[in-house]
Design a protein around this ligand. Structure first.
Ligand code: NDP
Ligand code: 2IT
Length: 452
């Protein structure tokens, strides 16, 4: 058996009942097969096995009281995956589906993604099985404070810098940061995604969605094409989806779908700026459901989606490109085939690991432009890195300056992924190129440190 296959099997045995983690490891490790021959020094130092094992995983109890005074207990996680190239960095996810395997998959992905950004950030991820949906502001605040009551002792601006992810946006970061500041009596860049008034960066809320669209534009540019006039399917209606739609509109694209866990809207006339403003108000302030879109805009149709079904009808509409921006494994092989049959030949993943391995196979066989999450959605963490830089400088860059830097970073991620794919004889295979490019920097650093 090859070193890589052997390792994948070992990971499955040693980490039972963590399917998403196995999936992420398998996806990355298979791309790294080609590096084994070229880098005997990595084999000798057993870098491959060392890189799949997190530095540490912190698990903690989070007790909190709801508005009626009833006490609940949630699980808290922070997986500090790898700090070879910088402090641990990565988001916090609050969603009922969160478990250790999901946080490990996200942390593992983050290591390679952060390396690709060109900024000095290691990888980590955390979160809780707390469900913010339907909770009052007071309940969310008390939960965030309870969560930080333990997390604060494990993080710091040079140690580990969390941020948002699913269920953790500006409101939650405010409560988390306020409580960290209270406990430590320190105003410091320990979280990113902060409000502009207290140390946040311009463009951070926009960065993941904008970055995913910039990445799609880069892939199209290789073929001499642009997003102008292209129809796009977008899933999700949260932070990433909203700013994906906004940037698509900026670049002349026509987004026609958005979704939440209940279902999706298809707006044949296109989601324009007025409609997007409605979605932003609905989701960010009123915290309502995407279904309400069709009550306001008659050009749209709402379809409920049964999460357990064998395909998601959102991916079955005529379009040129797709921006999955909700969650993991939202595109399976059947969805991938539907996308191809509908004319989609550009995929840029705003979400983390939104395509199943079987779905990826469909895209790779069809040789379409497939921008995997850790490259396409790296804009968010990249601007988090720029927020850290600004906090250290005690200075703020303008909107234009940050956007320019973000565009430059997305370009360089695309270039690194493309050129690495060429160097390994698979030009245009972005997963292969991105995984290898992200890996090499971390692996070389680990090698330099010796066995630690
Ligand atoms: P938000 O919480 O703002 O939005 C998440 C969206 O996805 C909501 O519309 C939500 O619907 C939907 N969703 C979440 N879970 C599911 C599910 N199990 N099934 C169906 N729909 C679901 O999160 P973000 O926009 O920040 O994150 C979206 C994706 O992007 C995630 O994969 C995240 O890891 C990734 N990402 C985020 C970055 C960031 O900077 N925020 C950076 C890089 C990647 P509902 O409201 O019904 O739950
Ligand atoms: O998955 C991700 O890259 C994020 N959720 C953003 C992480 C960050 O630190 O900004």
């Amino acid at each position: 058996m090859s070193l890589v296959k052997d390792l994948i099997e070992k990971v499955k045995v040693k980490n039972p009942a963590e399917p998403e983690f196995h999936q992420a490891v398998e996806e990355v490790m298979e791309s790294l097969e080609l590096t084994v021959e070229r880098h005997p020094e990595f084999v000798k130092a057993n870098i491959y096995e060392r890189i799949v094992e997190p530095d540490r995983a912190i698990l903690f109890r989070v007790p909190w009281a709801d508005d009626k005074g009833d006490v609940h207990v949630q699980k808290g996680f922070r997986v500090q995956y790898n700090n070879a190239i910088g402090p641990y960095k990565g988001g916090l996810r609050f969603h009922p589906s969160v478990n250790l395997g999901i946080i490990k998959f996200l942390g593992f992905e983050q290591v390679f993604k952060n390396s690709l950004t060109t900024l000095p950030m290691g990888g980590g991820k955390g979160g809780s099985d707390f469900d913010p949906k339907g909770k009052s502001d007071g309940e969310v605040m008390r939960f965030c404070q309870a969560f930080m009551r333990e997390l604060f002792r494990h993080i710091g601006p040079n140690t580990d810098v969390p941020a948002g992810d699913i269920g953790v946006g500006g409101r939650e970061i405010g409560y988390l940061y306020g409580y960290y500041k209270k406990l430590r009596n320190e105003h410091t860049g320990v979280l990113t995604g902060k409000g502009l008034e207290y140390g946040g960066s311009l463009i951070r809320p926009e960065a993941t969605g904008y970055g995913a669209v910039y990445f799609a534009a880069e892939m199209l540019n290789v073929k001499g094409e642009t997003l102008e006039g292209k129809t796009a399917l977008v899933s999700g209606s949260g932070n990433v989806a909203q700013y994906t739609v906004e940037k698509l509109l900026d670049l002349g694209g026509k987004p026609v779908t958005m979704s939440d866990s209940g279902g999706y809207i298809y707006d044949e006339a296109g989601i324009d700026r007025e409609k997007l403003a409605f979605v932003m108000d609905l989701k960010n302030l009123r915290r309502g459901r995407i279904k309400e879109y069709v009550e306001k805009f008659s050009s749209a149709v709402y379809t409920p989606v049964d999460q357990g079904k064998d395909h998601n009808p959102l991916w079955n509409h005529k379009a040129n490109c797709a921006f999955p921006s909700a969650t993991q494994n939202e595109i399976n092989a059947k969805d991938a085939k539907n996308l191809l049959n509908n004319g989609v030949n550009v995929i840029s993943e705003g979400a983390n690991m939104p395509t199943t391995p079987e779905g990826i196979e469909v895209f790779m066989e069809a040789k379409i432009m497939y921008g995997l999450g850790k490259a396409a959605n790296a804009g968010g963490v990249a601007v988090s890195g720029l927020e850290m830089s600004q906090n250290s400088l005690r200075y703020n860059w303008t909107r234009e300056e940050v956007d320019q830097k973000l565009q430059g970073i997305m370009k360089s991620i695309h270039k690194a992924a493309y050129e690495t794919s060429e160097a390994y004889g698979a030009a245009g295979n972005y997963p292969l190129g991105a995984n290898i490019a992200g890996f090499l920097k971390v692996a070389k650093s680990m090698l330099a440190y010796g066995v630690v």
